[in-house]
Design a protein around this ligand. Structure first.
Ligand code: SF4
Ligand code: SF4
Length: 164
């Protein structure tokens, strides 16, 4: 009984410096920190980061080239996209009167972007979408265009080739 108690005491004195040695090794300047002080420090997103779907603005049109065909809404497995075409416009100049996405249920699958014939739905390069209200997760046409920024030239080319 006494022998085992003595052994426990010796083990305690050995394990303490052992544990401190592990801490000291990881605290050294040789091992750079892998944590970030978010939100002060923003993470660098990978080049191919795919965020929520947005509608970038075509600088020549001054709006999204979306033709309100509804293919994205039909394809979305969550049924969270609503597209209402503008009434009374030239069929060759179709555009959305309303376009909403309820991002609270989006699973970032990208199917809506893949199916778009105009290639005008693009993933946003942002992940900071938290809010206190479910209504705040419903993005309307103007929100989607603002988040989308400007449509890139290569996207414009592929869009015009698939237009006819
Ligand atoms: S990314 Fe997927 S879930 Fe989200 S809106 Fe597009 S199709 Fe729907
Ligand atoms: S699939 Fe593309 S063009 Fe058709 S409604 Fe959706 S965003 Fe607009």
């Amino acid at each position: 009984m006494r022998k085992s108690l003595l052994k426990d005491i010796v083990n305690t004195f050995i394990s303490l410096p052992k544990g401190l040695w592990v801490t000291a090794k990881n605290w050294s300047f040789l091992r750079p920190s892998v944590t970030q002080l978010y939100p002060e420090e923003k993470p660098t997103l990978p080049e191919r980061y795919r965020g929520m779907p947005t509608l970038p603005v075509d600088p020549q049109l001054g709006r999204t080239p979306c033709i309100a065909c509804g293919a994205c809404a039909r394809m979305c497995p969550e049924h969270i996209i609503t597209v209402v075409p503008e009434k009374g416009t030239d069929p060759k100049d179709r555009r959305p009167a309303e376009f909403t996405i309820d991002i609270s249920r989006c699973m970032w699958c990208g199917l809506c972007m893949e199916v778009c014939p105009k290639k005008c739905l693009k993933p946003a390069r942002t992940f900071e979408l938290a809010c206190y209200d479910r209504q705040g997760m419903i993005y309307r046409l103007e929100d989607l265009m603002r988040l989308g920024g400007t449509l890139e030239p290569e996207a414009e080319e592929s869009e015009s080739s698939g237009d006819e």
